[in-house]
Design a protein around this ligand. Structure first.
Ligand SMILES: NC(=O)C1=CN([C@@H]2O[C@H](COP(=O)(O)OP(=O)(O)OC[C@H]3O[C@@H](n4cnc5c(N)ncnc54)[C@H](O)[C@@H]3O)[C@@H](O)[C@H]2O)C=CC1
Ligand SMILES: O=C(O)CCC(=O)C(=O)O
Length: 438
Protein backbone atom coordinates (compact mmCIF):
# COMPACT_ATOMS: atom_id res chain seq x y z
CA UNK A 1 0.00 0.00 0.00
CA UNK A 2 1.38 3.45 -0.90
CA UNK A 3 1.20 6.44 1.40
CA UNK A 4 -1.56 7.98 -0.70
CA UNK A 5 -3.88 4.96 -0.54
CA UNK A 6 -6.55 4.82 2.13
CA UNK A 7 -6.53 1.76 4.35
CA UNK A 8 -9.72 -0.24 4.74
CA UNK A 9 -11.25 1.25 1.58
CA UNK A 10 -13.84 -1.42 0.73
CA UNK A 11 -14.10 -0.66 -2.97
CA UNK A 12 -10.37 -1.35 -3.39
CA UNK A 13 -10.73 -4.91 -2.15
CA UNK A 14 -12.42 -6.32 -5.25
CA UNK A 15 -14.16 -9.64 -4.66
CA UNK A 16 -13.15 -9.48 -1.00
CA UNK A 17 -14.96 -6.17 -0.50
CA UNK A 18 -16.61 -5.70 2.88
CA UNK A 19 -20.39 -6.23 2.53
CA UNK A 20 -22.05 -2.82 2.28
CA UNK A 21 -23.87 -3.32 5.60
CA UNK A 22 -20.51 -3.73 7.39
CA UNK A 23 -18.77 -0.87 5.56
CA UNK A 24 -18.04 1.87 8.14
CA UNK A 25 -18.55 4.45 5.38
CA UNK A 26 -22.22 3.44 5.15
CA UNK A 27 -23.03 4.55 8.68
CA UNK A 28 -26.30 6.53 8.91
CA UNK A 29 -26.38 10.02 10.44
CA UNK A 30 -28.17 9.01 13.63
CA UNK A 31 -25.86 6.03 14.02
CA UNK A 32 -22.95 8.49 13.91
CA UNK A 33 -24.51 10.37 16.81
CA UNK A 34 -25.13 7.16 18.78
CA UNK A 35 -21.48 6.17 18.26
CA UNK A 36 -20.40 9.59 19.57
CA UNK A 37 -22.58 9.05 22.66
CA UNK A 38 -21.05 5.58 23.20
CA UNK A 39 -17.60 7.14 23.10
CA UNK A 40 -18.42 9.73 25.77
CA UNK A 41 -20.35 7.43 28.13
CA UNK A 42 -17.27 6.17 30.07
CA UNK A 43 -16.50 9.81 31.00
CA UNK A 44 -19.95 10.63 32.39
CA UNK A 45 -19.54 9.04 35.84
CA UNK A 46 -22.85 8.61 37.70
CA UNK A 47 -24.70 10.61 35.05
CA UNK A 48 -24.21 7.64 32.68
CA UNK A 49 -27.32 6.28 34.46
CA UNK A 50 -29.32 8.81 32.37
CA UNK A 51 -27.52 8.30 29.06
CA UNK A 52 -30.51 6.63 27.39
CA UNK A 53 -32.08 10.14 27.43
CA UNK A 54 -29.52 11.22 24.84
CA UNK A 55 -30.15 8.25 22.57
CA UNK A 56 -33.88 8.85 22.17
CA UNK A 57 -35.31 12.01 20.59
CA UNK A 58 -37.98 13.49 22.83
CA UNK A 59 -40.46 14.24 20.05
CA UNK A 60 -40.66 13.52 16.31
CA UNK A 61 -43.25 15.05 14.00
CA UNK A 62 -43.54 13.90 10.37
CA UNK A 63 -45.87 16.02 8.26
CA UNK A 64 -47.43 15.82 4.81
CA UNK A 65 -47.24 19.14 2.96
CA UNK A 66 -49.75 19.33 0.09
CA UNK A 67 -49.17 22.39 -2.10
CA UNK A 68 -50.59 23.83 -5.35
CA UNK A 69 -47.76 24.14 -7.88
CA UNK A 70 -47.69 26.93 -10.46
CA UNK A 71 -49.04 24.60 -13.17
CA UNK A 72 -52.19 23.95 -11.11
CA UNK A 73 -51.22 20.44 -9.99
CA UNK A 74 -50.90 19.42 -6.34
CA UNK A 75 -47.61 18.05 -4.99
CA UNK A 76 -47.03 16.40 -1.61
CA UNK A 77 -43.77 16.93 0.27
CA UNK A 78 -42.56 15.17 3.40
CA UNK A 79 -41.45 17.43 6.24
CA UNK A 80 -40.02 16.82 9.69
CA UNK A 81 -39.49 18.59 12.99
CA UNK A 82 -37.54 16.69 15.63
CA UNK A 83 -37.09 17.91 19.21
CA UNK A 84 -34.21 15.82 20.42
CA UNK A 85 -33.99 17.18 23.95
CA UNK A 86 -35.57 19.97 26.02
CA UNK A 87 -33.96 19.34 29.42
CA UNK A 88 -32.12 22.70 29.42
CA UNK A 89 -34.74 24.83 27.65
CA UNK A 90 -36.82 25.07 24.49
CA UNK A 91 -35.69 23.12 21.43
CA UNK A 92 -33.59 25.19 19.00
CA UNK A 93 -32.19 24.50 15.56
CA UNK A 94 -32.49 25.14 11.85
CA UNK A 95 -34.68 23.97 8.98
CA UNK A 96 -33.11 22.33 5.91
CA UNK A 97 -34.53 22.07 2.38
CA UNK A 98 -32.71 19.35 0.42
CA UNK A 99 -33.60 16.44 -1.84
CA UNK A 100 -31.72 13.99 0.44
CA UNK A 101 -33.33 15.01 3.75
CA UNK A 102 -34.38 11.93 5.76
CA UNK A 103 -35.80 11.40 9.22
CA UNK A 104 -32.49 9.84 10.37
CA UNK A 105 -30.65 12.94 9.18
CA UNK A 106 -33.01 15.35 10.96
CA UNK A 107 -32.80 13.23 14.14
CA UNK A 108 -29.00 13.47 14.01
CA UNK A 109 -29.02 17.20 13.26
CA UNK A 110 -31.40 17.81 16.18
CA UNK A 111 -29.20 15.73 18.51
CA UNK A 112 -26.09 17.66 17.47
CA UNK A 113 -28.02 20.86 18.35
CA UNK A 114 -28.57 19.50 21.89
CA UNK A 115 -24.83 18.95 22.26
CA UNK A 116 -23.86 22.25 20.59
CA UNK A 117 -26.24 24.41 22.64
CA UNK A 118 -25.00 22.82 25.87
CA UNK A 119 -21.35 23.10 24.75
CA UNK A 120 -21.57 26.89 24.57
CA UNK A 121 -23.98 26.96 27.53
CA UNK A 122 -27.04 28.39 25.79
CA UNK A 123 -30.34 27.84 27.65
CA UNK A 124 -31.73 25.57 24.92
CA UNK A 125 -32.33 21.97 24.07
CA UNK A 126 -31.88 20.70 20.53
CA UNK A 127 -34.25 20.60 17.57
CA UNK A 128 -34.06 20.52 13.79
CA UNK A 129 -36.44 20.39 10.85
CA UNK A 130 -36.39 19.70 7.16
CA UNK A 131 -38.35 19.16 4.00
CA UNK A 132 -37.30 16.63 1.38
CA UNK A 133 -37.26 18.73 -1.80
CA UNK A 134 -34.78 20.21 -4.25
CA UNK A 135 -35.48 23.95 -3.90
CA UNK A 136 -33.83 24.67 -7.26
CA UNK A 137 -36.82 23.03 -8.95
CA UNK A 138 -39.47 25.35 -7.48
CA UNK A 139 -40.43 28.98 -8.05
CA UNK A 140 -40.31 31.55 -5.26
CA UNK A 141 -44.10 31.41 -5.02
CA UNK A 142 -44.07 27.63 -4.70
CA UNK A 143 -41.36 27.77 -2.02
CA UNK A 144 -43.40 30.34 -0.10
CA UNK A 145 -46.51 28.11 -0.19
CA UNK A 146 -44.47 25.04 0.84
CA UNK A 147 -42.88 26.99 3.72
CA UNK A 148 -46.20 28.37 4.94
CA UNK A 149 -47.92 24.98 4.87
CA UNK A 150 -44.95 23.34 6.62
CA UNK A 151 -45.04 26.05 9.31
CA UNK A 152 -48.75 25.53 9.90
CA UNK A 153 -48.23 21.76 10.18
CA UNK A 154 -45.37 22.03 12.70
CA UNK A 155 -47.19 24.93 14.44
CA UNK A 156 -48.47 22.29 16.86
CA UNK A 157 -45.07 22.02 18.51
CA UNK A 158 -43.08 25.21 17.75
CA UNK A 159 -43.34 28.58 19.54
CA UNK A 160 -41.06 31.20 21.14
CA UNK A 161 -40.90 29.26 24.40
CA UNK A 162 -41.21 25.74 22.90
CA UNK A 163 -39.07 25.30 19.80
CA UNK A 164 -37.45 28.05 17.73
CA UNK A 165 -36.45 27.21 14.12
CA UNK A 166 -33.72 29.05 12.16
CA UNK A 167 -32.01 28.80 8.74
CA UNK A 168 -29.92 25.83 7.62
CA UNK A 169 -28.98 24.48 4.16
CA UNK A 170 -31.03 26.16 1.39
CA UNK A 171 -33.10 28.28 3.77
CA UNK A 172 -32.42 31.87 4.82
CA UNK A 173 -33.91 35.14 6.09
CA UNK A 174 -36.79 35.12 3.55
CA UNK A 175 -37.78 31.58 4.62
CA UNK A 176 -37.75 32.74 8.25
CA UNK A 177 -39.89 35.80 7.37
CA UNK A 178 -42.55 33.50 5.84
CA UNK A 179 -42.40 31.17 8.86
CA UNK A 180 -42.72 34.07 11.29
CA UNK A 181 -45.65 35.54 9.36
CA UNK A 182 -47.50 32.21 9.09
CA UNK A 183 -47.06 31.38 12.76
CA UNK A 184 -48.11 34.94 13.72
CA UNK A 185 -51.27 34.71 11.56
CA UNK A 186 -52.17 31.39 13.19
CA UNK A 187 -51.78 32.63 16.77
CA UNK A 188 -53.30 36.07 16.11
CA UNK A 189 -50.32 38.21 17.17
CA UNK A 190 -46.92 39.14 15.82
CA UNK A 191 -44.58 36.57 17.35
CA UNK A 192 -41.10 37.63 16.27
CA UNK A 193 -39.45 35.22 18.73
CA UNK A 194 -40.77 32.08 17.01
CA UNK A 195 -37.83 31.92 14.58
CA UNK A 196 -34.35 33.44 14.39
CA UNK A 197 -32.24 34.35 11.38
CA UNK A 198 -35.02 36.72 10.26
CA UNK A 199 -34.37 39.82 8.14
CA UNK A 200 -33.20 42.69 10.36
CA UNK A 201 -36.33 44.67 9.38
CA UNK A 202 -38.47 41.98 11.06
CA UNK A 203 -36.64 41.68 14.37
CA UNK A 204 -33.62 39.83 13.04
CA UNK A 205 -30.22 40.44 14.60
CA UNK A 206 -27.32 42.32 13.14
CA UNK A 207 -24.40 39.92 12.71
CA UNK A 208 -26.51 36.74 12.32
CA UNK A 209 -25.70 36.31 8.62
CA UNK A 210 -21.94 36.03 9.26
CA UNK A 211 -22.16 34.54 12.75
CA UNK A 212 -21.52 30.87 11.92
CA UNK A 213 -18.56 31.67 9.66
CA UNK A 214 -17.26 34.09 12.27
CA UNK A 215 -17.41 31.39 14.94
CA UNK A 216 -15.56 29.01 12.60
CA UNK A 217 -12.85 31.67 12.30
CA UNK A 218 -12.63 32.42 16.03
CA UNK A 219 -12.38 28.75 17.09
CA UNK A 220 -10.08 27.99 14.15
CA UNK A 221 -7.76 30.87 15.02
CA UNK A 222 -7.60 29.67 18.66
CA UNK A 223 -6.74 26.15 17.47
CA UNK A 224 -4.04 27.52 15.16
CA UNK A 225 -2.46 29.34 18.10
CA UNK A 226 -2.43 26.11 20.14
CA UNK A 227 -0.79 24.26 17.22
CA UNK A 228 1.72 27.05 16.53
CA UNK A 229 0.35 27.68 13.04
CA UNK A 230 0.75 31.28 11.77
CA UNK A 231 -2.38 32.88 10.31
CA UNK A 232 -0.47 34.94 7.73
CA UNK A 233 -0.30 32.87 4.55
CA UNK A 234 -2.01 29.80 6.07
CA UNK A 235 -3.34 27.67 3.19
CA UNK A 236 -7.06 27.02 3.55
CA UNK A 237 -9.37 24.72 1.54
CA UNK A 238 -13.13 25.21 1.94
CA UNK A 239 -15.91 22.82 0.95
CA UNK A 240 -19.25 24.65 0.71
CA UNK A 241 -19.49 28.30 -0.29
CA UNK A 242 -22.88 29.20 1.20
CA UNK A 243 -23.78 30.98 4.40
CA UNK A 244 -21.07 29.24 6.45
CA UNK A 245 -18.29 28.49 3.95
CA UNK A 246 -18.33 31.88 2.23
CA UNK A 247 -18.25 33.86 5.49
CA UNK A 248 -15.51 31.64 6.96
CA UNK A 249 -13.38 31.94 3.80
CA UNK A 250 -13.86 35.72 3.68
CA UNK A 251 -12.94 36.26 7.34
CA UNK A 252 -9.86 34.01 7.15
CA UNK A 253 -8.83 35.87 3.96
CA UNK A 254 -9.28 39.24 5.73
CA UNK A 255 -6.91 38.01 8.44
CA UNK A 256 -4.11 37.13 6.01
CA UNK A 257 -4.83 33.45 5.24
CA UNK A 258 -4.77 32.19 1.65
CA UNK A 259 -7.81 30.35 0.22
CA UNK A 260 -6.24 27.73 -2.04
CA UNK A 261 -9.34 25.69 -2.97
CA UNK A 262 -13.12 26.01 -2.90
CA UNK A 263 -15.65 23.31 -3.66
CA UNK A 264 -19.40 23.76 -3.92
CA UNK A 265 -22.23 21.87 -5.57
CA UNK A 266 -21.28 23.33 -8.97
CA UNK A 267 -17.62 22.21 -8.97
CA UNK A 268 -14.15 22.64 -7.45
CA UNK A 269 -11.48 25.29 -8.05
CA UNK A 270 -7.90 25.64 -6.83
CA UNK A 271 -5.32 28.41 -7.04
CA UNK A 272 -1.70 28.52 -5.85
CA UNK A 273 -1.83 32.33 -5.79
CA UNK A 274 -4.97 32.24 -3.63
CA UNK A 275 -8.64 32.99 -4.28
CA UNK A 276 -10.26 36.25 -3.17
CA UNK A 277 -13.59 35.08 -1.66
CA UNK A 278 -15.24 38.42 -2.51
CA UNK A 279 -14.35 38.02 -6.19
CA UNK A 280 -15.43 34.34 -6.09
CA UNK A 281 -18.81 35.30 -4.59
CA UNK A 282 -19.40 37.97 -7.21
CA UNK A 283 -18.47 35.43 -9.93
CA UNK A 284 -20.84 32.82 -8.41
CA UNK A 285 -23.72 35.31 -8.27
CA UNK A 286 -23.11 36.43 -11.87
CA UNK A 287 -22.52 33.03 -13.52
CA UNK A 288 -24.32 30.62 -11.17
CA UNK A 289 -21.17 28.51 -10.71
CA UNK A 290 -17.86 28.61 -8.87
CA UNK A 291 -15.87 27.19 -11.80
CA UNK A 292 -14.23 29.30 -14.56
CA UNK A 293 -13.15 31.90 -12.01
CA UNK A 294 -10.24 33.79 -13.65
CA UNK A 295 -6.92 32.90 -11.98
CA UNK A 296 -8.12 29.50 -10.78
CA UNK A 297 -8.02 26.02 -12.29
CA UNK A 298 -10.79 23.46 -12.11
CA UNK A 299 -9.95 20.21 -10.31
CA UNK A 300 -12.10 17.10 -9.77
CA UNK A 301 -14.35 16.71 -6.74
CA UNK A 302 -12.09 13.92 -5.46
CA UNK A 303 -8.83 15.87 -5.97
CA UNK A 304 -10.16 18.49 -3.52
CA UNK A 305 -9.40 16.16 -0.59
CA UNK A 306 -5.71 15.87 -1.48
CA UNK A 307 -5.10 19.62 -1.97
CA UNK A 308 -1.94 20.89 -0.29
CA UNK A 309 -3.34 22.95 2.59
CA UNK A 310 -2.82 23.65 6.30
CA UNK A 311 -6.47 23.99 7.24
CA UNK A 312 -9.52 22.23 5.80
CA UNK A 313 -13.01 23.63 6.41
CA UNK A 314 -15.83 21.26 5.44
CA UNK A 315 -18.88 23.56 5.32
CA UNK A 316 -21.38 21.68 3.16
CA UNK A 317 -23.06 18.44 4.26
CA UNK A 318 -22.62 15.36 6.47
CA UNK A 319 -20.36 12.37 5.81
CA UNK A 320 -17.86 14.12 3.55
CA UNK A 321 -14.72 12.89 5.34
CA UNK A 322 -14.75 9.09 5.25
CA UNK A 323 -12.28 6.22 4.94
CA UNK A 324 -12.26 6.95 1.19
CA UNK A 325 -10.48 10.30 1.57
CA UNK A 326 -9.29 10.84 5.19
CA UNK A 327 -5.83 9.42 4.55
CA UNK A 328 -5.23 11.84 1.68
CA UNK A 329 -6.03 14.97 3.67
CA UNK A 330 -2.86 17.07 4.07
CA UNK A 331 -4.26 19.65 6.51
CA UNK A 332 -3.04 19.61 10.12
CA UNK A 333 -6.27 21.22 11.25
CA UNK A 334 -9.90 20.59 10.27
CA UNK A 335 -12.56 23.08 11.37
CA UNK A 336 -16.02 21.59 10.93
CA UNK A 337 -18.31 24.35 9.65
CA UNK A 338 -20.84 21.71 8.54
CA UNK A 339 -22.74 19.44 10.89
CA UNK A 340 -21.53 15.84 10.90
CA UNK A 341 -18.97 16.06 8.06
CA UNK A 342 -16.66 13.37 9.52
CA UNK A 343 -17.67 9.75 10.16
CA UNK A 344 -16.34 8.20 13.42
CA UNK A 345 -13.97 5.77 11.64
CA UNK A 346 -12.39 8.72 9.78
CA UNK A 347 -12.18 10.64 13.06
CA UNK A 348 -10.02 7.81 14.44
CA UNK A 349 -7.84 7.75 11.35
CA UNK A 350 -7.31 11.53 11.54
CA UNK A 351 -6.47 11.32 15.25
CA UNK A 352 -3.89 8.60 14.46
CA UNK A 353 -2.37 10.88 11.82
CA UNK A 354 -2.12 13.72 14.34
CA UNK A 355 -4.74 15.91 12.64
CA UNK A 356 -6.64 18.17 15.04
CA UNK A 357 -10.40 18.46 14.45
CA UNK A 358 -12.41 21.37 15.87
CA UNK A 359 -15.75 19.55 15.89
CA UNK A 360 -19.02 20.89 14.48
CA UNK A 361 -20.64 21.09 17.92
CA UNK A 362 -18.10 23.78 18.83
CA UNK A 363 -16.83 25.23 15.54
CA UNK A 364 -20.23 26.12 14.05
CA UNK A 365 -21.93 27.20 17.28
CA UNK A 366 -21.55 30.89 16.38
CA UNK A 367 -24.79 30.82 14.37
CA UNK A 368 -27.00 29.57 17.16
CA UNK A 369 -25.21 31.87 19.61
CA UNK A 370 -26.29 34.94 17.64
CA UNK A 371 -29.71 33.30 17.19
CA UNK A 372 -29.87 33.29 20.97
CA UNK A 373 -28.96 37.00 20.99
CA UNK A 374 -31.73 37.60 18.41
CA UNK A 375 -34.29 35.74 20.55
CA UNK A 376 -33.27 37.74 23.65
CA UNK A 377 -33.46 41.02 21.67
CA UNK A 378 -36.92 40.10 20.35
CA UNK A 379 -38.20 39.34 23.86
CA UNK A 380 -36.91 42.63 25.25
CA UNK A 381 -37.61 44.64 22.05
CA UNK A 382 -34.24 46.28 22.62
CA UNK A 383 -31.66 45.85 19.87
CA UNK A 384 -27.88 45.78 20.14
CA UNK A 385 -25.26 47.20 17.79
CA UNK A 386 -23.34 44.87 15.48
CA UNK A 387 -20.18 45.68 17.39
CA UNK A 388 -21.76 44.59 20.69
CA UNK A 389 -23.00 41.37 19.07
CA UNK A 390 -19.65 40.49 17.52
CA UNK A 391 -17.76 41.19 20.75
CA UNK A 392 -20.12 38.99 22.78
CA UNK A 393 -19.97 36.25 20.12
CA UNK A 394 -16.17 36.30 19.98
CA UNK A 395 -15.94 36.11 23.78
CA UNK A 396 -18.35 33.16 24.06
CA UNK A 397 -16.62 31.24 21.27
CA UNK A 398 -13.06 31.80 22.44
CA UNK A 399 -13.87 31.12 26.12
CA UNK A 400 -15.70 27.92 25.15
CA UNK A 401 -12.73 26.88 23.03
CA UNK A 402 -10.23 27.48 25.86
CA UNK A 403 -12.21 25.60 28.48
CA UNK A 404 -12.97 22.67 26.15
CA UNK A 405 -9.33 22.45 25.06
CA UNK A 406 -8.38 22.19 28.76
CA UNK A 407 -10.81 19.24 29.13
CA UNK A 408 -9.23 17.58 26.07
CA UNK A 409 -5.78 17.93 27.68
CA UNK A 410 -7.01 16.75 31.07
CA UNK A 411 -8.50 13.50 29.72
CA UNK A 412 -6.13 12.95 26.78
CA UNK A 413 -9.07 12.69 24.35
CA UNK A 414 -9.97 14.33 21.04
CA UNK A 415 -11.55 17.77 21.14
CA UNK A 416 -14.82 16.17 19.94
CA UNK A 417 -14.94 13.82 22.92
CA UNK A 418 -14.01 16.71 25.24
CA UNK A 419 -16.95 18.77 23.93
CA UNK A 420 -19.27 15.78 24.38
CA UNK A 421 -18.03 15.27 27.96
CA UNK A 422 -18.88 18.85 28.93
CA UNK A 423 -22.11 19.15 26.92
CA UNK A 424 -23.57 15.73 27.81
CA UNK A 425 -22.74 16.32 31.47
CA UNK A 426 -24.70 19.59 31.36
CA UNK A 427 -27.70 17.98 29.64
CA UNK A 428 -27.80 14.95 31.92
CA UNK A 429 -27.30 17.06 35.07
CA UNK A 430 -30.42 18.98 34.07
CA UNK A 431 -32.24 15.71 33.37
CA UNK A 432 -31.24 14.25 36.74
CA UNK A 433 -32.20 17.42 38.64
CA UNK A 434 -35.61 17.59 36.96
CA UNK A 435 -36.22 13.93 37.80
CA UNK A 436 -39.02 11.77 36.46
CA UNK A 437 -42.73 11.76 37.23
CA UNK A 438 -44.18 10.01 39.21
N1 LIG B 1 -26.52 28.48 8.37
C1 LIG B 1 -26.12 28.34 9.60
O1 LIG B 1 -26.21 29.27 10.41
C2 LIG B 1 -25.49 27.08 10.07
C3 LIG B 1 -25.20 26.04 9.22
N2 LIG B 1 -24.53 24.96 9.67
C4 LIG B 1 -24.18 23.86 8.81
O2 LIG B 1 -23.25 24.31 7.81
C5 LIG B 1 -23.42 23.55 6.60
C6 LIG B 1 -23.69 24.50 5.45
O3 LIG B 1 -24.85 25.24 5.74
P1 LIG B 1 -25.16 26.65 5.05
O4 LIG B 1 -23.89 27.30 4.67
O5 LIG B 1 -26.12 27.34 5.92
O6 LIG B 1 -25.93 26.16 3.75
P2 LIG B 1 -26.06 26.92 2.34
O7 LIG B 1 -27.25 26.34 1.72
O8 LIG B 1 -25.98 28.39 2.53
O9 LIG B 1 -24.74 26.45 1.58
C7 LIG B 1 -24.44 25.11 1.34
C8 LIG B 1 -23.19 25.05 0.49
O10 LIG B 1 -22.80 23.69 0.35
C9 LIG B 1 -22.58 23.44 -1.05
N3 LIG B 1 -22.84 22.03 -1.32
C10 LIG B 1 -24.03 21.37 -1.31
N4 LIG B 1 -23.85 20.10 -1.67
C11 LIG B 1 -22.53 19.94 -1.90
C12 LIG B 1 -21.73 18.85 -2.28
N5 LIG B 1 -22.27 17.65 -2.51
N6 LIG B 1 -20.40 19.04 -2.42
C13 LIG B 1 -19.84 20.25 -2.20
N7 LIG B 1 -20.56 21.32 -1.83
C14 LIG B 1 -21.88 21.17 -1.67
C15 LIG B 1 -23.54 24.35 -1.76
O11 LIG B 1 -23.18 24.56 -3.10
C16 LIG B 1 -23.40 25.61 -0.91
O12 LIG B 1 -22.25 26.33 -1.29
C17 LIG B 1 -24.55 22.56 6.91
O13 LIG B 1 -23.99 21.37 7.40
C18 LIG B 1 -25.32 23.24 8.02
O14 LIG B 1 -26.06 22.34 8.81
C19 LIG B 1 -24.14 24.86 10.97
C20 LIG B 1 -24.41 25.84 11.85
C21 LIG B 1 -25.20 27.00 11.51
O1 LIG C 1 -29.44 29.39 14.63
C1 LIG C 1 -29.99 28.38 15.02
O2 LIG C 1 -30.90 28.36 15.83
C2 LIG C 1 -29.56 27.01 14.56
C3 LIG C 1 -28.52 26.96 13.51
C4 LIG C 1 -28.33 25.53 13.13
O3 LIG C 1 -29.22 24.92 12.59
C5 LIG C 1 -27.10 24.84 13.47
O4 LIG C 1 -26.32 25.33 14.30
O5 LIG C 1 -26.86 23.76 12.91
Amino acid sequence: MTATQDPKTPKDLGPHAIPSYLDPNNIGPYEIFLEQVNRVTPYLGKLAFWVETLKRPKRILVVDIPVHLDDGSVAHFEGYRVQHNTSRGPAKGGVRYHQDVTLSEVMALSAWMTVKNAAVNLPYGGGKGGIRLDPRKYSTGELERITRRYTSEIGLIIGPDKDIPAPDVNTGPQTMAWMMDTYSMNVGRTATGVVTGKPVALGGSLGRADATGRGVFVTGAEAMKKLGMPMEGARIAVQGFGNVGEAAARIFHEHGAKIVAIQDVTGTIASEAGIDPGVALEHLRRTGKITDLPGSEEITRDEFWGVDCDVLIPAALEKQITLHNANRIKARLIIEGANGPTIPAADDLLADKGVTVVPDVLANAGGVTVSYFEWVQDFSSFFWTEDEINKRLDRIMSEAFQSLWAVKEQHGVTLRTAVYIVACTRVLEARALRGLYP
